[in-house]
Design a binder for this molecule. Structure first.
Ligand SMILES: [Fe+2]
Ligand SMILES: [Fe+2]
Length: 314
């Protein structure tokens, strides 16, 4: 019986490669303008005491403001993501801690940007929004994995899914509010940067030893978005899938398929029985998900029963 624990730890021999990836990230981040304040429509702001909020002030369709609010509540849990990842990376390579600190600083303004947008434009009830945010952060969050490689497979999926989510919602909301579309596209760029680092850390491990496919299979097959514990998560995702442009189809094509391809799972040649089985599981899972999604897409085109997915995989 093989002990796969070794494939859940970052390989110290790859530290120079991970340092290169971190340097690449820093260079890309240096070229980014982090002054999010310039993206916000300040001219729309009004005083809530003098002019209280009422639902008729909302300008966005429900699926769109629900999408933005859901993203904000997910991003609001950043303190817990940082604490979890810091614990999981303890004793691992210092470059992972260096990246974690940079990542935290870059993610730090995401929830504030979305919250300020929702309040300035009066698309959210301020009282309810603060209450929800408090509830979500107070609930806390622990990452479902406790090893560096598993957690980085998870963050790769999460960053790519978040990027795809922002781009899809931006497209769906463009005509209603170009300011919102601009904000979401800007956030998608940050998520792309983070995705690139995590994705290539995993790629470096798979290249060095294809048996690292074992933790990839474990995480990919039961991935949950970190916001799944927030109030009404399933209802939110259903509404977003049906009317705000991001659902199982986008998750399959833009996340699962893209990653399986990028990591070259088809071509990998693991040598250990458990890893050989893991590679097959990934291919079988991707195939199954593809079949379900194609059925949904077929139903959507014909307006049949398959047009209403029950739940999103994200
Ligand atoms: Fe983010
Ligand atoms: Fe992110």
């Amino acid at each position: 019986m093989t002990d796969f624990a070794v494939f859940t730890r970052a390989d110290a021999a790859l530290e120079p490669r991970l340092r290169e990836l971190y340097a690449r990230h820093r260079e890309a981040a240096r070229r980014v303008d982090w002054s999010y304040a310039y993206l916000l429509p300040w001219e729309k702001g009004r005083n809530f005491e003098r002019e209280p909020w009422s639902p008729d002030q909302r300008r966005l369709r429900e699926p769109l403001y629900v999408a933005v609010e859901t993203a904000l509540l997910t991003e609001a849990n950043l303190p817990w993501f940082t604490v979890s990842l810091d614990g999981i990376f303890r004793g691992s390579l210092t470059v992972l801690h260096d990246f974690l600190r940079a990542w935290t600083a870059e993610e730090d303004q995401h929830s504030d940007l979305l919250q300020t947008y929702l309040l300035l434009t009066r698309n959210s009830d301020p009282g309810r929004l603060h209450q929800l945010r408090h509830q979500v952060v107070e609930q806390g969050f622990t990452v479902e994995y406790d090893t560096p490689i598993e957690v980085m497979v998870c963050t790769t999926i999460q960053e790519l899914a978040t990027r795809a989510f922002y781009l899809s919602v931006a497209r769906a909301g463009e005509a209603q509010d170009p300011d919102l579309a601009r904000i979401l596209r800007r956030l998608a760029r940050d998520e792309s940067l983070h995705y690139g680092f995590y994705r290539d850390v995993i790629a470096a491990h798979l290249y060095a030893d294809p048996n690292y496919v074992w933790p990839v299979a474990r995480v990919l097959q039961d991935f949950n978005m970190p916001g799944h514990a927030m109030p009404d998560f399933n209802r939110r995702m259903k509404l977003i899938a049906e009317q705000a442009g991001y659902g199982p189809s986008e998750y399959y094509h833009q996340v699962v398929e893209a990653l399986v391809k990028y990591w070259g799972v088809e071509r990998l040649k693991p040598t250990l029985a458990g890893a050989i089985a893991a590679r097959y599981q990934i291919l079988a899972y991707t195939h199954r998900l593809g079949r379900v999604v194609r059925r949904l897409e077929g139903g959507r085109r014909s307006g049949g029963p398959g047009s209403q997915p029950d739940a999103s995989p994200v």
